[in-house]
Design a protein. Structure first.
Length: 72
């Protein structure tokens, strides 16, 4: 008898106080995506928090990519 895998519920939780801080530091408007080129530049920032947030944002782009296939 095959066992089913349980799906994980939820996801990454970001505190309300920290939401939008990276976007604000990047200077992008609300509701728009931060360009990857800007994220890569922010990863080299002098501010350690900005570096950490930019690194997380770049890694988060890879989340939930498993199982997707291109249509032929």
């Amino acid at each position: 008898m095959a066992r089913r895998r349980k799906r994980r519920k939820g996801g990454i939780k970001i505190k309300k106080a920290n939401r939008g801080k990276l976007r604000k530091a990047a200077g992008t408007k609300k509701g728009q995506k931060i360009p990857v080129s800007k994220l890569r530049a922010m990863k080299k920032s002098k501010n350690p928090k900005t570096r950490q947030r930019a690194n997380f944002a770049l890694n988060a782009r890879k989340f939930k990519k498993r199982g997707r296939r291109k249509k032929r």
